[in-house]
Design a protein around this ligand. Sequence first.
Ligand code: NAD
Ligand code: UDX
Length: 473
Amino acid sequence: SIRTSKVACIGAGYVGGPTMATIAQRCPHIQVYVLDISQSRIAAWNSDQLPIYEPGLDDVVKECRGRNLHFTTDVSGMVKECDIIFVSVNTPTKTRGLGAGRAADLATWELAARCIAENADGPKIVIEKSTVPVRTAAAVQRVLEANEKPDVKFVILSNPEFLAEGTAMKDLEKPDRVLLGGPEDEDGQFALKLLVDVYANWVPREKILTTNLWSSELSKLVANAFLAQRISSINAISMLCEKTGANVKEVAHAIGLDSRIGPKFLNASVGFGGSCFQKDILNLVYLCESFGLPQVAAYWQQVVDMNEVQKHNFTRKVIDAMFNTVNRKKIAIFGFAFKKDTGDTRETPALTVCSLLMSDGAILHVYDPKVTREQALQEFRDHRLEFDFEKQFFWEEDAESAVQDSHAILILTEWDAFKGYDYSLFRKRMRKPAFLFDGRNILDHDKLADIGFEVHSIGKPPLRSRAPINNSH
Ligand code: NAD
Ligand code: UDX
């Protein structure tokens, strides 16, 4: 006797918020409760300033909030009330203890499971929305069952989320697929069907896949590993391009036309970032090692290692080009978020590049349309990176202020707005020679060289200024 008119989600983050807002919008007959222990996060969800920036999210929240979408800190109360409970808490990499730096930290997950066990007074369907190591459902099952009361039965399903930040609302509205894993027994199949019916309100049936629990859990890690691998592969080739005169954009285009390879996700860059790729690959690596598969572990570890190399190489290129020193030089940083259209800075490549430059004495002036200085500083603190921020790390309200009297511009995030600037005006305000390092290959490099910039990008030879001599200032 599962009641399907109410669902809850523990964890009101980048995944819990947008996914539940979408369910509320697409299923007006379901009351959706998004729960979090963070008072400030819930307060923000209930305000006009949502805690995350995601294009299209504001409209959906405005449409549904108070109608059938509710944000509350009453976790235990709503867990009692709802029979279908998504769990979308954070599962970061462990920072200490066994498996530190690689294994997933499931402490938040276990707390959520215990909270469900304590408050359940009837049957519950618990859905893993967070990305978890394979076989987590078995551990969760044990925690729940050890605390079982009479009449209380738990079924655990896996429903990993594939949304990407910046396009979350589009991804949720039209997913490539929805993946649902469940136990093969009768209860499991019954619960799976209930969840299929929820998604079938807006997702075509043929795009809703059901598998066993372990395939579903593993597929999430593998999808991220394959995606990140494409980036590390093209980034590795970008280094070879720089040595040989090949142009990585041309190479990516040429290979991408092979329908077996496909054109997407082949943009060479300063490196991938985000809360998922590195964490999930390290998690996969750790699992392989735990299951006695060291060569498989080493194979995937390379994807992360190559990403580190790319971030370091990019920074070395900056320093080399600027006569081997950036000490006390003002450098304009365009973009601190890990990708465009998000304010998220988790594992952003900008953190590594900025840290390396500050270690060499550079004075950074950063502009990002969606990130605040405080948030960036928190990112340094979270990674225990200490600098004299008051002297070396300045935050600017616009790109023009960042550029004034600088020696170089570094593009670290591919924000569309960066393409529309008047770079010839920028160059006039800069020290000469004026350098531009395009870490995302988004600008017209020939045009920049014509204006008078020395242009360095990813995966093609640098361009010297081609400005006529009377235009050198
Ligand atoms: P997040 O940190 O933004 O949100 C997690 C939220 O859970 C936080 O607000 C935290 O306060 C809350 N929380 C933690 N423990 C709790 C508890 N016991 N009770 C109530 N609330 C609790 O994380 P996120 O980015 O939304 O990621 C969540 C999960 O989804 C992770 O496993 C992640 O790997 C996965 N995922 C993330 C993305 C992404 O793009 N961010 C995409 C797919 C999957
Ligand atoms: C990723 C997965 O795409 C998504 O399916 C999963 O649910 C969560 O992890 P996300 O990290 O939000 O999503 O963004 P994504 O678009 O995958 O970009 C990740 C990083 O790779 C960004 O730093 C991005 O700039 C970089 N990237 C992406 C490249 O450098 N080149 C590319 O071609 C694509």
